[in-house]
Write a protein that binds this ligand. Structure first.
Ligand code: F6R
Length: 249
């Protein structure tokens, strides 16, 4: 696991974007794994700058990590809408090549299997962008999720519902269920790039990077990933050992 402590949140975005740009230049049909939430927004904006400067992302394929159960893609609070607004449209991706797990339908289990098949058919994810929850979740794999888990319907932790209530009018409006890629799905990606900014993530990040590998901190599974890069700002790195923070650039 490589840990990069950037100067600030803007530096996190620039450093993470550089990894994506390098991949897309080398492999224009690269398969990206997309996270939603606040953490990757700076990275996506930085990629927009590269696209405006001539980077062609029109052949990139992408799979999102998760979706709320019950929110259709037209709902602005759905992750399908977030991906469309912050990634597909501004980066000029082909909407037919971008897939977000569906949170509506009669047979979500079958849809989850289809989603896994689609990742496999695409040849797997080259670079997975990840955030981390304050409770250590990865995707919506909440504490207690099995390391063997695949894409499935899962329950959101109450702390996650509270954290994400900022995107909804009221806490009661936050769905209780989600569809999320599993931890085993995430572990099959060729490169995993975890982004964290702000002091609120410091403890979860320290647990993930240096704590025991435990289902109590799902992100700790990344310690076993063959190529995981953790890119953080100084407040998010505050609970790391000095040795880790020395790896800053
Ligand atoms: C989002 C996702 C989540 C978030 C995490 C951090 O697709 O999978 O794991 O990355 O909840 O969210 P933010 O970035 O909003 O703090």
């Amino acid at each position: 696991m490589e840990i990069v402590v950037a100067h600030d949140a803007a530096g996190v975005a620039v450093t993470a974007a550089a990894q994506v740009v390098e991949l897309v230049r080398r492999r224009p049909t690269a398969v990206l794994g997309l996270a939603t939430g606040s953490s990757p927004l700076g990275l996506y904006s930085e990629l927009v700058r590269h696209v405006q400067g001539g980077l062609d992302m029109s052949q990139v394929r992408a799979f999102a990590l998760d979706e709320y159960v019950g929110l259709p893609p037209e709902d602005r609070r759905s992750y399908a809408a977030v991906i469309r607004t912050h990634v597909t449209e501004p980066l000029g991706l082909d909407p037919l090549r971008v897939r977000v797990p569906t949170g509506i339908g009669d047979d979500l289990d079958a849809a989850c299997c289809d989603f896994e098949d689609a990742i496999r058919a695409a040849g797997g994810v080259d670079l997975q962008i990840l955030g981390i929850g304050r409770n250590g979740h990865l995707g919506f794999n909440e504490p207690g999720s099995l390391f063997e888990s695949r894409t499935r319907v899962a329950a959101l932790a109450e702390s996650t519902r509270r954290d994400n209530a900022r995107f909804f009018d009221r806490l009661d409006d936050v769905p209780t269920l989600c569809v999320t890629q599993g931890l085993a799905t995430i572990m099959q990606t060729r490169t995993a790039v975890l982004i964290a900014t702000g002091a609120a993530k410091a403890q979860a990040l320290a647990d993930a990077v240096r704590g025991p590998v435990s289902t109590q901190c799902p992100a700790s599974i990344l310690q076993r990933h063959p190529h995981a890069v953790v890119i953080v700002d100084p407040p998010a790195a505050a609970a790391l050992e000095v040795n880790d923070r020395m790896l800053s650039r």
